[in-house]
Write a protein that binds this ligand. Structure first.
Ligand SMILES: [Zn+2]
Length: 294
């Protein structure tokens, strides 16, 4: 199968990357079903890139319905080690203005209806327990490279801050928006979780390029967020996002100095001889180097 090093998950407004060379589309199935759409493989600045539109082309999959496990598994199976998610977000701080960009360094989870791990079977235990470290949900090295590229392209780019992830699909209430502000969160979105958790379990570096489209609903001087507002501001930001991805690809560090590539080394609680062979086999892409199938 064709390989890629850098993965890009496009959010609202970003359904393709211009300038990809030698493009091919791959469709495949995973143990978690099919991903959101076909994955586009191509070369950007000499780096093999895999691109996946999170909501499917045409934007037809809601944040709750995104097949997060299939998406991350599919990118992992293509060899992706570093993953950048591009997302539209609302701002929770005065100084983070619409049309600004922000590379968050923390997450606050407020989702309720999503499967958060590759190692869960829903109502039936699959026979393995994995507690991956998640104190720093974004890769510090990839974040730094992404912020550097963004700061060269755009005027207003914020480094760090907490991203609150809500279930949606409705926007938050005014009381919730004020609550998240009291937590000192910077931005609000609907998709970074469980994406970041699964990327960690897949031992990928993960960073988010957040494109600020609105002030959610807390700001007295601005109208509450609407879809029209998001789309109008996103279209202004998509060109910058594409330019940033190109710069990032050109500068991607050759090896990984961070801990992301061995996140599961001390995370698997269940002794190897107790883990069912079927699980070891089915999830060998993720677990194979620690608990190889017999
Ligand atoms: Zn990393």
């Amino acid at each position: 199968m064709a390989q890629a090093k850098l993965g890009v998950i496009g959010g609202s407004g970003l359904y393709n990357i211009e300038g990809l060379e030698a493009v091919e589309e791959v469709r495949f199935d995973t143990p978690f079903g099919p991903p959101s759409d076909a994955i586009t493989l191509g070369t950007l600045e000499g780096v093999r890139v895999a691109f996946l539109p999170r909501h499917g082309k045409g934007h037809r999959i809601s944040p709750t319905e995104v097949p997060y496990r299939a998406n991350i598994y599919a990118l992992k199976s293509l060899g992706v080690e570093q993953l950048v998610a591009v997302s539209a977000v609302g701002s929770l701080k005065e100084e983070v203005r619409p049309l600004d960009l922000l590379v968050p360094d923390q997450l606050i989870g407020r989702t309720r209806s999503r499967v958060n791990s590759f190692f869960e079977g829903g109502n039936t235990a699959i026979g393995i327990v994995v507690h991956a470290p998640f104190a720093d949900p974004f890769c510090p090295h990839l974040n730094k490279a992404l912020h550097g590229a963004a700061a060269e392209v755009a005027e207003r780019v914020h480094q760090g801050g907490s991203l609150v992830v809500i279930e949606g699909p409705q926007f938050s209430t005014r009381a919730e928006s004020h609550l998240y502000r009291s937590w000192d969160a910077s931005i609000i979105g609907m998709t970074a979780l469980p994406e970041a958790r699964l990327a960690r379990e897949a031992e990928m570096c993960y960073s988010t390029l957040a494109c600020v489209t609105d002030y959610d609903c807390w700001h007295d001087s601005y109208e509450s967020v609407t879809v029209d507002m998001i789309i109008a501001n996103l279209q202004k930001n998509v060109g910058a996002a594409r330019h940033i991805l190109r710069l990032l690809a050109a500068r991607l560090p050759a090896g990984r100095q961070c801990g992301c590539g061995h996140a599961l080394r001390t995370a698997i609680v269940t002794p190897s001889h107790i883990i069912p062979e079927t699980v070891k086999k089915e999830l060998s892409l993720l677990l194979g180097k620690y608990v190889p199938p017999a």
